[in-house]
Design a protein around this ligand. Sequence first.
Ligand code: GRF
Length: 203
Amino acid sequence: MLRLAVFVSGRGSNLRSIHKAIRERRLSAEIVSVISNRDDAPALAFAAAEGIPVLSLERVPIDEHARAVLEFIGANGADFIALAGYMKLIPAEVVAAFRHRMVNIHPALLPDFGGKGMYGHRVHEAVIASGATVSGATVHLVDEEYDRGPIVMQRTVTVEDGDTPETLAARVLQVEHAIYPEALQLFAERRVDIIDNTIIIRS
Ligand code: GRF
């Protein structure tokens, strides 16, 4: 069973899909805290309404983010972090404290179409502009750089003729909602080994 801290910045559909998977017992975890960099994130409102302890960093000075986060998630007993649409780089102290225990979801097939500035519709615009016929979603471990850690799980979708960033985003989002709880469940079952920065999933 994972004790999850989930980091959000916006809409929160991945947070809700994780929450639903827990309720439906597809994921053995508890969401023990939700952290946002914005006060007005709908994801934060959802968490608060569910009675989950929440922290907004919006009015915390940037050089105090690491201490505030570690104190808050420590107080709530989190042992694993899931980034779900979190738009800020995680402070290095937090990455170090949760090394191999922090994952992110990205709406494309990394290592392509990732990195700084590749978020939201920009990702899908770039995929369409590249002429790729396949896109998808990636769950990966978090390290000190955006979208660079070892890959835990990927699933593909077809890029259709006439796709817009919006239609492709909607197709990818469905896959995100499926694979994020599945990937987290692998960690809950302790089936993920990390050897020399490579992931091995035990069957
Ligand atoms: C998702 O597309 C996720 O892959 C990306 O940010 C988006 C967050 O959406 N990292 P939501 O807030 O979970 O609805």
